[in-house]
Design a protein around this ligand. Structure first.
Ligand SMILES: Cc1cc2nc3c(=O)[nH]c(=O)nc-3n(C[C@H](O)[C@H](O)[C@H](O)COP(=O)(O)OP(=O)(O)OC[C@H]3O[C@@H](n4cnc5c(N)ncnc54)[C@H](O)[C@@H]3O)c2cc1C
Length: 98
């Protein structure tokens, strides 16, 4: 174990892990601290597995912008690393968002 730390990230959910992957490109000693025994045991393990399209967010909001950007980045990531996924399109049932 090294005594030198470049970056510490608190929390090994999907956000902490993706930030760690990104910052470790430019930094050697990146540490992720997680309070649980392993990664992804909190909100990130409750996902409904939907790759959102951003259509419910206010137009021109950062949430809509990043969601649309993240949508295509996520499909590209899945294809690059052969991660199983489906492009199911959007379905809508009265009174229910999917
Ligand atoms: C029911 C449900 C369904 C969802 N479905 C979808 C979906 O289909 N598609 C989608 O894109 N999003 C979905 N989401 C949203 C998505 O799951 C979250 O936005 C995402 O998982 C948040 O990730 P996170 O890393 O920010 O949080 P978390 O996964 O909660 O990670 C935070 C981590 O930090 C750790 N932590 C907290 N405090 C400390 C501390 N002091 N020290 C050390 N570690 C700490 C926690 O233990 C945890 O592991 C859904 C959410 C819910 C609740």
């Amino acid at each position: 174990m090294t005594n030198e730390i470049d970056v510490i990230i608190i929390g090994a959910g999907v956000v902490g892990l993706v930030v760690a992957a990104e910052v470790s490109r430019a930094n050697k000693n990146v540490f992720v601290f997680e309070k649980n025994r392993t990664f992804g045991l909190e909100t990130s393990s409750r996902s409904s597995e939907v790759i959102h399209a951003g259509m419910y967010y206010p137009a021109d909001s950062l949430k809509a912008k990043f969601c649309v950007q993240g949508n295509s980045l996520l499909y590209a990531f899945c294809e690059k690393y052969n991660i199983d996924h489906k492009r199911l399109g959007k379905t809508y049932r009265r009174g229910r968002r999917e």
